[in-house]
Design a protein around this ligand. Structure first.
Ligand code: SAH
Length: 249
């Protein structure tokens, strides 16, 4: 039997947000490859092999998955959320790009998943109702000056900004620096949302303003959304109207 590699994402956390197509891939894979905590979310199946690895070794993990597929295994590479958003799908193609030329002929597929930004937005209302962008605050793979340039451009263009990887133990100060930069461009009344564990039973939403936003509200399981000039509150919800003219009248 010839091998295959499917890159999947398990969504933001709860089982109901794993797509049926992803569940099917996970049920039929002979090998699961992924970051340990993501594999732990998947029920064990007899005969299925698990290859858990640590955070930060994405290329190594991708090469292992490609070698297994080349050896005839049915491999699922498991990410959280969507596998194409700051996750393993790009790492797999980077490994193909730099790796054994025969890997280009492998049966490789990507299944979409529910990314944290969408789950977080749904917890709060519809903050991504207008144009938006996503920026990762992690400077592991790009310089902080690139991040500053993108934050400034996004703020000047009045996008709603979804911030992935806002903070970690190794990077406690960057979200504060990002807020300081954004305060120089956007009004201090701009709504800011901290959504922790979106799409899970422990989901928690904190609504504040750019002027008052406290970076210590964010951790590795938090998605931060900074509104556009039209983003507003109605009742207990936050939304961005579809029209740049603002709310319907
Ligand atoms: N591929 C993932 C993102 C990986 S980057 C996806 O599509 O969701 C990891 C970052 O995603 C975290 O630091 C956090 O900012 C965000 N994140 C992942 N799951 C989350 C959740 N359930 N709630 C809020 N943010 C989450």
């Amino acid at each position: 039997m010839s091998g295959s590699l499917v890159v999947v994402g398990t969504g933001p956390g709860k089982a109901g947000l794993i797509t049926p197509a992803t569940a099917e891939v996970l049920a039929h894979a002979t090998d699961l490859v992924g970051y340990g905590p993501y594999l732990d979310r998947i029920p064990c199946r007899i005969g299925q092999r698990r290859h858990a690895s640590d955070n930060g070794v994405e290329l190594e993990r991708a090469r292992l998955a490609l070698s297994l597929a080349a050896a005839g295994r049915q491999v699922a590479v498991v990410s959280g959320g969507d596998p194409g958003v700051f996750a393993m799908a790009a790492a797999v193609f980077e490994a193909v790009d730099a790796g054994d030329p025969s890997w280009r002929d492998l049966d490789i597929r990507v299944e979409p998943g529910v990314t944290a930004m969408l789950a977080a937005a749904a917890e709060a209302g519809a903050p991504l109702g207008g144009d938006f962008c996503a920026i990762s605050l992690s400077d592991n793979l790009k310089t902080w000056s690139t991040i500053e340039r993108r934050l400034t451009a996004a703020a000047e263009a009045d996008f709603v900004i979804a911030l992935y990887n806002p903070a970690s133990k190794a990077r406690p100060h960057q979200l504060g620096q990002a807020f300081d930069l954004l305060r120089g461009v956007k009004p201090k009344e701009t709504p800011v949302l901290f959504v922790r564990a979106a799409g899970t039973a422990e989901a928690c939403v904190v609504v504040t303003s750019l002027g008052a936003a406290d970076p210590s509200c964010a951790d590795m399981r938090t998605l931060v959304i900074v509104g556009a000039s039209t983003t507003r509150q109605v009742g207990r919800w936050i939304y961005t109207p579809r029209s740049e003219r603002g709310a319907a009248s």
